[in-house]
Structures are given as structure tokens and as C-alpha cells.
Ligand binder design. Structure first.
Ligand SMILES: NC(=O)C1=CN([C@@H]2O[C@H](COP(=O)(O)OP(=O)(O)OC[C@H]3O[C@@H](n4cnc5c(N)ncnc54)[C@H](OP(=O)(O)O)[C@@H]3O)[C@@H](O)[C@H]2O)C=CC1
Ligand SMILES: O=C(O)[C@@H]1CCC=N1
Length: 279
């Protein structure tokens, strides 16, 4: 379905690069079907086009007619500028995928053309290696063919979940922001490993393999995480001591609060948006 489709990223930052890397690596589309553009940083366009063999184009070089799927990948604060700058150039049947946290489909529909096809998407940076957990929520005018094309494209960067838009905030708290929690955890594991005689590279590999192993267990075994945890925990053994410390220092609550904090911020971004329709 994507065989002859052209995909244009508007925004060339970390998230765009992670998605481009995953898409190119998967060979779901040919490299020359992918275009990347940004606001002003031409060096970055050259860098990405050289690194991934895709087409870097300045805004005024973009031929909107040839594009089938636009991927908006700028910061949420830039959304109004972008929507008003593309409205005159895109058609309603061209699909606009937005990866911006907190920007509802209705907000984009109100500011683009009548019946504009939009899809709100929440990937994460593990798209870089095809391991994202990505959510998508189509807007009210989006046809099934475009939903299927978007899903196929997003499958190339990892697992895809079609969810209700109302669930986007919590999805963002868990999966969009989630990689950062694990990196933060690893920063602490590296530090304590180093303080206790490991070199930092060793500590990193050991910690990462442990997270990977636990993740694969959860994805392949029937047991719930609680059961798997109990199997690690010998009475009065080392794990019990570790878990007691984790509880004493609020580890579980800290994780819940991290997810809730990120979800709350996603909701706040939506709530702070200009409510007036500017069509
Ligand atoms: N980073 C992450 O883990 C995730 C991010 N997201 C979402 O992805 C979006 C981008 O985040 P991230 O990649 O981290 O941000 P970056 O700051 O790394 O990149 C932002 C990009 O947007 C470009 N840009 C700004 N204004 C415009 C414009 N008017 N037209 C075209 N491009 C423009 C910038 O170009 P220039 O440099 O030329 O100004 C830059 O390339 C955010 O909305 C975020 O919510 C979603 C999931 C995960
Ligand atoms: O921090 C952010 O706002 C973005 C959205 C999800 C991950 N990064």
C-alpha cells in the first residue's frame, strides 16, 4: 500500500530522526520516498539526507503535490505556525500525521481544510531501532485506507496500537516519555555499579541486559509481572532486601508519579491551546 507513497517529515529533530532511521532500516519504503524538512537549520537537513539517503528539502523546495503523508514533528508550541503555513498548500485527502504531544486531532482539523484527514500519533525514540510502542488515533475525517497506510508505516518503527484519543495522555506518560525513565534508572545503576567496583561500560551492559531480559520475559511468559517478581524473590534473600529498600525509598510510587506527571503535562498542553477556531 505504501509502494508509491511519498512521506514528508516537517521537523527534523530527535523524534523525526528516530522515525526516519526505523523506516529506512525496515525498507518499508524506498529512501527516496522519504523527505525531511525543517524551519531553518539547513545543516541538519544535509546531515539527515547524507546519513539516511533520503531527500532533505527546505520549506520553499517542498512540492506538496507529490506528498501523500505529512508527518508533523516539531514542538507543540510551533503547531499554530505550521498549520497556518501548510493550510494553503495541502489537500484534505493528503493525510497529516502528528507526533506532537498534547495536540488533539480536532485542533488540527479546525485549522486545516474541510474534511482534512489527520492522525494523532505517539511514538517513542526506540523507533530508531524498530522497537517503538506507538499509538495512533485517527481524526473524524480519516478514511480507512489512510489509517491502514499509516499503520503500515508505523509498524516499521515498532508495535502499533490504535487507541481512543482520550487515552493518548496516559499512553504518552507510559510509552512516549517512558524510555527516559529507563535511561534514568540506568544512570543510577551505572553509578552504583561504578562506586562498587565495576567499570561503567560493564555496569551499563549488565544493567541493560537485565532490563532486556525482564522485558522479554514479560512479553513471552504468561505470568503477570507480580508472579515473575515473586520467582526472583527468595525468602530473606538478596531480592527481598533490595525490594524492601525500593519500597522504603518510594520506588513504586515514584514510577506511578512519573507516568502521571507526564500524562498530566500532555493534558495541560491540550488545555492551554487556543480554543478559538481560526478557519
Ligand atoms: N523526543 C521524543 O522522545 C518524542 C517527541 N515527540 C514529539 O515530537 C515532537 C518533536 O520533538 P523533538 O524531535 O524531540 O524536537 P526537536 O527540538 O529535536 O526538533 C524540533 C524540530 O522541529 C522543527 N521545526 C520547528 N518549527 C518548524 C516549522 N515551522 N516547520 C517545520 N519544522 C519546524 C525544528 O527545525 P529547526 O531546527 O530548523 O528550527 C526541528 O527540526 C514534539 O512535538 C514532541 O512532543 C513525541 C514522542 C516522543
Ligand atoms: O517530552 C516530551 O514532551 C516528548 C513527548 C513524549 C516524549 N518526549
Amino acid at each position: 500500500m505504501l509502494a508509491n507513497k511519498t512521506i514528508a517529515f516537517l521537523g527534523a529533530g530527535s523524534m523525526a530522526e528516530a522515525m526516519i532511521s526505523g523506516i529506512v532500516e525496515s525498507k518499508t519504503v524506498r529512501n527516496d520516498q522519504v523527505i525531511v524538512s525543517n524551519r531553518c537549520n539547513e545543516d541538519r537537513l544535509i546531515e539527515l539526507s547524507n546519513r539516511y539517503g533520503i531527500r532533505g528539502q527546505k520549506r520553499d523546495e517542498l512540492n506538496f503535490e507529490e506528498v501523500d503523508i505529512f508527518v508533523l514533528a516539531m514542538k507543540p508550541k510551533d503547531i499554530d505556525n505550521v498549520l497556518s503555513s501548510i493550510k494553503g498548500d495541502i489537500r484534505a485527502d493528503q493525510v497529516v500525521l502528528s507526533v506532537l504531544a498534547g495536540i488533539p486531532t480536532a485542533y488540527m482539523e479546525d485549522r486545516l481544510n474541510d474534511n482534512q484527514q489527520v492522525i494523532r500519533v505517539m511514538p517513542n525514540t526506540s523507533s530508531m531501532i524498530g522497537e517503538s510502542a506507538t499509538a495512533m488515533s485517527p481524526g473524524k475525517h480519516t478514511g480507512m485506507d489512510n489509517v491502514m497506510d499509516a499503520k503500515e508505516l508505523l509498524k516499521s518503527i515498532g508495535e502499533v496500537y490504535i487507541i481512543e484519543e482520550a487515552q493518548m495522555d496516559i499512553f504518552t506518560g507510559i510509552a512516549g516519555s517512558g524510555p527516559a525513565y529507563f535511561y534514568y534508572l540506568m544512570e543510577h545503576i551505572e553509578k552504583v555499579g561504578k562506586e562498587n567496583g565495576l567499570d561503567i561500560e560493564q555496569a551499563r551492559k549488565i544493567g541493560a541486559q537485565t532490563i532486556l531480559g525482564a522485558a522479554k520475559m514479560m512479553m513471552t511468559q504468561e505470568e503477570a509481572p507480580e508472579e515473575l517478581r515473586k520467582k526472583v524473590t527468595s525468602p530473606n534473600g538478596t531480592t527481598q532486601a533490595g525490594l524492601e529498600a525500593l519500597k522504603e525509598y518510594g520506588g513504586g510510587e515514584a514510577i506511578s508519579q512519573a507516568v502521571k506527571g507526564a500524562a498530566k503535562r500532555s493534558k495541560e498542553i491540550s488545555e492551554k491551546l487556543e480554543k478559538v477556531t481560526i478557519k
